[in-house]
Design a protein. Structure first.
Lengths: 190, 781
């Protein structure tokens, strides 16, 4: 369950147990009425969740409107002091990250020498990845080097993660180092 | 930023790439602040600037070095700040020398310096010897003055190609911020760092800012404009080979002292300054990772950590892959076949892997590197590829840290598209599966992995709240969350997964990254909106906003001050200082408490390529170095051979740089897979001056070929007035620029600019030199 301390937008009332989702029907727009009307069709009875933009490092707030299991609208979060409701072209089109027909929706596998992807289930994929990781780690693990305990593998690399959440980067950093991975990098350099 | 009196924007184009940050600069402008844009290209930022100055890519050090000389000569420095808050008064030991581009201690065969030759003289009790009058010939101040005396305006503008009038306007406008009550900021991005002298570029900005007394004040500082939503956080959390979480470094097999925890801590912990607490942070991290398996008897599990013996950064990682030294790789939302340097080689390297796991929202040029449309023959590529669909940022929950270190929580708005899953779940389930496979193994090699604590609930989905709490840390005696890193200990009774974040979750139910109270408590710091590490401080080094006696330098720029009645530091921000240390107490003026002597370093004997920034030309440059006889940074590592071909200036006489456009993001995988953004910026183009276009018979929108020693690409010509040839030492030098977003996947496709860029890195960070390389241009037909 999500807890938030909403203070200023008193017109946005938290509704019981679904604290993060704000009932948009309660919005009282004071803006131009016609604009509000056209918007209303799209987002009437939608739920709103605050998020932070996934692109650059400025950290703008965005409100995601969802209805009928899809994202119907996104807009700048007026409460967020960083952007006060304003967004750039990328932040504005956040919705299409959800709706794009190009989104990957299934795990895909490419066998050695093959010229195509095959759909596989998650379990098979993660089991096989774990197997490969173990095989490589076990065959390359170095416990001692010149009389020093080094506990590492130089045959596995992990790259990327600058778009992950902090909690994800933490677990990734921990898991990879736990396995002895030393080729550990992300996009800070590129 | 809205409080700045002058923003010097160099190596960045925030109006285009960080548009919402720029909104605050326009607010500064409304209150009389000035904007200076320094860029090889007249950008959207330049269009909003009061002063624009062009420079040739790769000449930041001459540009700023000349400003340092200008400030010193015209007495436009904040002297009291410099004397008290920097190491200007420190005496450098005899033996330090600088001669024709080389500092003392250079080993030509190894291309490394012996940094002990740059030491500071110290008293018998380990304190630096100082001369507060700044007149001693070996004082940092005098050595600095001598060093930059060579950076006279004529030589500088000859090298940078900047029109002299424009240059003087920049010097005059920015150095006005030396006045008490004024603050100037420097904003930079990858245009600064992606050079063989990238670290020294940032260093020289810092030197200028310290001389002007601009660090620690509202509207001051040097601001890195980060390009990814959480590149701050992922760096904080140690996703780089050379740092554990919280910048604690890593144990290395090459450092004899690192063989034990005791040795590591003794070697890496300074005796003074805040880092003297390092053992508490390291031991608390080991407790977070190894739990009950970390005991005093086994060095708290220190030996479980891997010890590398070399530099494992991006370029070297791909070199190892290219040479067939790696078997497997995980790629978390990254697309090096578009975004990596010398991208053609990075693509080839992937084919040498036995297995590749890509976790992404899209099929990228990287995960599809084996396909025919990538120019590969699938039958010849034996790499097994696993492509896992990842959730978008609003399909999961968790926090990200922005450029100002604000850790903001994002809530889940919707179930993931299709079968996509959050990276957190993927990492967690993989860890659980591996734990199961290794369970009960008697092998000593498997002990480090089995010893690692992994307790985030039983289900396939980890309990993110438990992850958050582990990061914050616990008092292990009481089992309660720890209030902050000040309470961490080195005896194994506390834990913290990342000490710099410790305090964001000080008690049950209070994850402060979820704070959403946007009432301003003064200074527009919004202390109850999210959490800023460390300990919710919004302006780092804010002790420097007050004078040595503890009073603000000026009313306009007041942040914190010493309240003698309450006997503590008070103000609008959380003090970045020990809150009860009076200005008169020992260390009471040490505004830069992370440094061992409490002062900022004008002279930095810690960098690989010299204690003062010095100009060297890029790896590929059309001109000889006018400042000394070293053409390239003497400490830059050169990779020779097929992996990094070097272009000759006769064959490739044109300087090239890369940049971004507002509609696309990084390698474009996030934006070229969307309809609207693809339509807005649909084609790969190369921007050039009218003069170059005329010389080459190229018209706007013509198809052209750009080639470098590494590869060639086809693109549309965009002929503009935004690039102008620069005159360098009487010679006309052309520069072109191109976006690096494009590849063959997605809606908007185009050739990849990085097929042209070299595999050479900065001498300290190995950040590749994307921003200055040589090429040639011709019409495609």
């Amino acid at each position: 369950m999500v807890e938030m301390n909403l203070n200023r937008r008193q017109f946005l009332k938290l509704s019981g147990a679904t604290a993060a989702t704000l009932a948009i029907v309660e919005l009282g727009f004071n803006e131009k009425k016609a604009y509000a009307k056209t918007k209303e069709f799209k987002i009437a009875k939608a739920t709103v969740t605050p998020t932070i933009c996934c692109y650059c490092g400025v950290g703008c707030g965005i409100l995601v409107h969802t209805k009928n299991n899809t994202v119907v609208y996104t807009e700048g979060d007026p409460d967020n002091p960083i952007n006060e409701g304003k967004l750039c072209s990328k932040g504005t089109t956040l919705r299409q990250l959800y709706t794009s027909e190009k989104r990957l929706t299934k795990p895909l596998y490419r066998a050695p020498g093959s010229n195509k992807w095959e759909e596989k289930d998650w379990d098979w994929m993660l089991d096989t990845i774990a197997k490969r990781t173990k095989e490589t780690r076990d065959s390359s693990f170095v416990e001692m080097e010149n009389g020093i305990t080094v506990n590492k593998t130089e045959k596995i690399a992990s790259l990327g993660g600058a778009a992950l959440d902090n909690e994800e980067t933490y677990l990734l950093s921990k898991l990879m180092r736990g396995l002895g991975v030393v080729y550990l990098e992300h996009q800070a350099r590129i | 930023m809205q409080h700045t009196d002058c923003a010097l924007i160099i190596g960045a184009n925030p109006a285009e790439n960080h548009p919402i940050s720029f909104r605050w600069l326009t607010k500064a402008k409304e209150s009389g602040g000035k904007i200076i844009s320094v860029d090889p290209r007249y950008t959207r930022t330049s269009a909003q600037a009061d002063v624009y100055a062009s420079l040739r890519s790769g000449t930041d050090i001459p540009f700023i070095g000349g400003m340092i000389k200008y400030a010193l000569e015209n007495n436009l420095i904040h002297k009291e700040y410099v004397v008290n808050y920097t190491n200007a008064s420190f005496i450098v030991k005899e033996g330090y020398d600088f001669n024709d581009g080389l500092f003392s201690g250079y080993d030509e065969a190894k291309r490394v310096y012996d940094k002990t030759k740059w030491a500071i003289e110290s008293t018998p009790d380990g304190k630096p010897v100082t001369d507060p009058t700044l007149t001693h010939p070996r004082s940092v101040f005098q050595l600095m003055k001598k060093h930059y005396s060579r950076y006279d305006i004529d030589t500088v503008t000859t090298v940078t190609g900047t029109p002299k009038d424009d240059y003087l306007k920049v010097c005059k406008t920015f150095c006005e911020t030396a006045k008490v009550g004024k603050a100037g900021t420097i904003m930079y991005a990858m245009g600064t760092t992606q050079h063989t002298v990238g670290s020294q570029n940032v260093r020289i900005y810092a030197i200028l800012q310290l001389l002007l007394g601009n660090i620690g004040l509202p509207g001051g500082g040097i601001n890195a404009m980060r390009g990814e939503s959480n590149v701050q956080g992922s760096t904080d959390f140690g996703l780089l080979f050379d740092n554990l979480t919280g910048y604690l470094g890593v144990p290395k097999a090459t450092v004899p002292e690192h063989v034990t925890l005791k040795g590591f801590l003794e070697k890496e912990t300074p005796k003074t300054g805040y880092w003297s607490n390092k053992p508490k942070f390291v031991v608390s991290l080991l407790k977070a990772w190894y739990g009950a398996n970390a005991t005093a008897a086994n060095e708290f599990g220190y030996q479980f950590l891997p010890k590398g013996n070399k530099n494992y950064s991006h370029i070297n990682l791909f070199k190892a892959m290219y040479n067939g030294e790696l078997d497997g790789a995980f790629l978390f939302g990254t697309n090096p076949v578009v975004g990596g340097p010398n991208a053609g080689k990075e693509k080839e390297a992937l084919g040498k892997l036995k297995w590749l796991v890509a976790i992404d929202l899209w099929e990228t040029e990287t995960s599809a590197f084996w396909q025919k449309e990538a120019g590969s023959n699938p039958a010849n590529i034996n790499t097994e590829v696993f492509l896992l669909p990842a959730s978008a940022s609003f399909e999961k929950e968790g926090s990200v840290s922005n450029s100002s270190r604000w850790m903001q929580y994002r809530w889940k708005a919707i179930e993931s598209r299709g079968e996509a899953r959050p990276d957190l779940d993927i990492i967690h389930e993989l860890a659980l599966k591996l734990k199961k496979m290794y369970a009960n193994s008697p092998k000593s090699a498997d002990k480090p992995f089995l010893a690692m604590d992994w307790n985030y609930g039983d289900g396939e989905e980890p309990n993110i709240d438990l992850v958050c709490k582990e990061i914050n840390g616990y008092d292990l005696k009481t089992g309660k969350l720890i209030a902050g890193f000040g309470a961490l200990l080195d005896d194994g009774t506390t834990s913290s997964g990342n000490w710099i974040y410790s305090g964001f979750y000080p008690e049950e139910g209070k994850n402060k990254s979820k704070n959403r109270d946007n009432k301003d408590l003064g200074g527009e710091h919004y202390l109850n909106w999210s959490f800023a590490w460390p300990m919710n401080r919004r302006i780092l080094y804010n002790r420097a906003s007050a004078d040595p006696s503890g009073q603000p330098w000026s009313k306009e720029k007041a942040v914190i001050w010493w309240d003698a009645g309450q006997k503590k530091w008070v103000g609008k921000d959380v003090p970045d200082f020990k809150a009860v240390t009076a200005p008169t107490e020992p260390g009471g003026t040490g505004a830069f408490m992370m440094n061992k002597d409490g002062v900022a370093l004008l002279f930095a004997p810690t960098l690989n390529d010299g204690p003062f920034p010095e100009h060297y030309e890029p790896f590929e440059s059309p001109v000889p170095n006018a400042f000394n006889s070293q053409q390239l940074n003497p400490a830059a590592v050169i990779i020779e051979g097929d992996f990094n071909k070097k272009g000759d200036k006769k064959k490739y006489p044109i300087v090239a740089t890369t940049y971004r456009v507002s509609e696309h993001w990084q390698s474009g995988s996030m934006t070229r897979n969307q309809e609207w953004l693809s339509e807005l910026a649909g084609h790969m183009f190369v921007e050039m001056s009218e003069e170059l276009a005329n010389e080459k018979g190229i018209k706007n929108k013509d198809q052209i070929i750009v080639s470098s020693a590494r590869g060639r690409i086809k693109a549309y010509a965009m002929v503009t007035k935004r690039f102008k040839p620069v005159i360098v030492n009487g010679k006309k030098i052309h520069e072109i620029g191109m976006p690096w977003h494009y590849g063959y996947k997605g809606f908007a496709t185009g050739d990849t600019a990085n097929r042209l860029t070299p595999h050479i890195g900065d001498a300290n960070t190995m950040i590749p030199e994307f921003k200055a390389f040589l090429c040639d241009v011709r019409r495609a037909d």
